[in-house]
Design a protein. Structure first.
Length: 368
C-alpha cells in the first residue's frame, strides 16, 4: 500500500496569510490507521485535504511512497476520500454510485461488476444495490460511500469525520466496521475526527492538534497515560482529567507534599524525585489526576483528603461525583453506581498519587 511523509508543511489563507497549519512534520507508516483529533478549527481537515490534493500547500513537502506529490492533482495520487456528508449521487442506484469512478476510468464492464459486488459483500450491502440513496439509512449510505472508495483499490483511504452524522448507537457499530475493514483491506487509513472516543478506539497512533500545531503523536494508551501537556490531558479521556492547582512543599521530615488551601498530600518517591530534579519545591504546579484514580478512603494509601459533595451523574455501572475542594473547577470522582451521598456531605477520599501527572503551572507542559 503506501507510506506518507509530511515535511514541515504550512497552510496559510487569505491576504493576511493566516496560519492554519503550522510546521506539520509527520511520517505515516504503510498500513497504519492514523487518526487526527482536535477541536473544530485546529487544522486537521485542512491537513487531510492537503494530502488529498484538494488544498494547495503553502510551504513544505508531501510524499506518498517517496514520490513528491505537492503538484500532483488528486486523481493521480492514488487515494480515495470519504466525506462527512457521503457525497452520493441521489439519482443513481447504490450499484451505480459505487461503480461511477470505475466507469469514468473506462474499465471493462465485467471488472466493474466484480469489483462492485466484492465491495458490497465486504460491507454487507448486497441487498441494497438497486436502491437509491434516499431509501437507505445513514449507516447504509456511509457504507455506500466506503464502497465507492474500496472499488478503486487505492493506496490510501482518507476519511473526514465520516461518522459524525450518525446516531450514537450506529457510530459505535460503524467504528467496529471500519476497524474490521482496515484489517481486511490492509490499506493505509488516515481519519479525521473531533471525537476522542473514536480516536482512542480506532487508531494505531493518534495525532492531537490544536491551533494548527501538533501537540502529541503516540499510541492511544500512551496519550491517555502520558499526555504531553494539559491540553492533551484534558482533550483525551471521558470524563475529563482533574486539574488541581497547588504548590510543592518540603515537610519537616524532608519528604515532599502537594499543598492546596484545603489539604496537603504526601508525594510518593518517584514523583518526589521528579519534582526535585525539576526544582519545583515552593513553586506553583498543576496536578493532573484521572477520576478513576480517586476513591473512598482505604482504597489507596496515605493521600487522604476531604471534599464536599455537590452533585453526581449516573452513567450505568458508574457514578461520577462532583466535589468542591475550594478550586474553580469541581473534582470529579468515578465510583460504583450504588455509592450514595447527601448534598453538602463531607467525604473522606484518597488519591492514588502514583498515577498522578505533574504539569508546569505556567506553560502546561508535563514534567518528565
Amino acid at each position: 500500500m503506501a507510506s506518507i511523509s509530511m515535511q514541515h508543511v504550512y497552510k496559510r489563507y487569505g491576504k493576511d496569510k493566516q496560519l492554519v497549519v503550522n510546521d506539520f512534520h509527520l511520517d505515516i507508516r504503510d498500513k497504519e490507521f492514523l487518526v487526527f483529533v482536535g477541536p473544530s478549527g485546529c487544522g486537521k481537515s485542512t491537513t487531510l485535504r492537503m494530502i488529498a490534493g484538494l488544498e494547495d500547500i503553502s510551504e513544505g513537502e508531501v510524499y506518498i511512497d517517496e514520490q513528491l506529490v505537492n503538484h500532483l492533482p488528486p486523481k493521480d495520487r492514488d487515494i480515495a476520500m470519504v466525506f462527512q456528508n457521503y457525497a452520493l449521487y441521489p439519482n443513481m442506484s447504490v450499484y451505480e454510485n459505487i461503480a461511477f469512478g470505475l466507469r469514468l476510468r473506462k474499465q471493462p464492464r465485467h471488472e466493474i461488476d466484480l469489483a462492485v459486488r466484492r465491495a458490497a459483500r465486504v460491507l454487507e450491502i448486497e441487498p441494497y444495490l438497486e436502491r437509491k440513496p434516499k431509501e437507505l439509512s445513514g449507516g447504509q449510505r456511509q457504507r455506500v460511500a466506503l464502497g465507492r472508495a474500496i472499488v478503486r483499490n487505492p493506496k490510501v483511504f482518507l476519511m473526514d469525520e465520516p461518522l459524525s452524522n450518525l446516531d450514537a448507537k450506529l457510530r459505535v457499530q460503524m467504528r467496529m466496521e471500519l476497524i474490521k475493514l482496515h484489517k481486511t483491506l490492509g490499506a493505509t487509513f488516515i481519519y479525521v475526527t473531533h471525537d476522542q472516543i473514536e480516536a482512542m478506539t480506532m487508531a494505531d497512533r493518534i495525532v492531537v492538534m490544536k491551533g494548527g500545531l501538533i501537540q502529541q503523536i503516540d499510541t492511544p494508551e500512551a496519550i491517555y497515560q502520558r499526555p504531553s501537556n494539559t491540553f492533551v490531558a484534558s482533550f483525551i479521556g471521558s470524563p475529563q482529567i482533574n486539574f488541581v492547582e497547588g504548590k510543592i512543599v518540603e515537610q519537616a521530615d524532608g519528604r515532599l507534599a502537594f499543598a492546596t488551601s484545603r489539604f496537603i498530600l504526601p508525594v510518593p518517591g518517584d514523583a518526589a524525585e521528579l519534582l526535585r530534579r525539576h526544582k519545583r519545591i515552593e513553586r506553583r504546579i498543576t496536578l493532573g489526576i484521572r477520576p478513576e484514580h480517586i476513591g473512598p478512603e482505604g482504597l489507596y494509601s496515605e493521600a487522604v483528603f476531604t471534599a464536599v459533595y455537590k452533585l453526581d451523574e449516573l452513567m450505568g455501572a458508574d457514578r461520577f461525583l462532583h466535589l468542591d475542594i475550594g478550586q474553580p473547577r469541581p473534582l470529579v470522582v468515578r465510583v460504583e453506581a450504588h455509592y450514595r451521598c447527601e448534598e453538602n456531605e463531607r467525604l473522606r477520599l484518597v488519591m492514588d498519587l502514583s498515577k498522578a501527572l505533574f504539569f508546569d503551572a505556567d506553560d502546561g507542559q508535563r514534567l518528565t
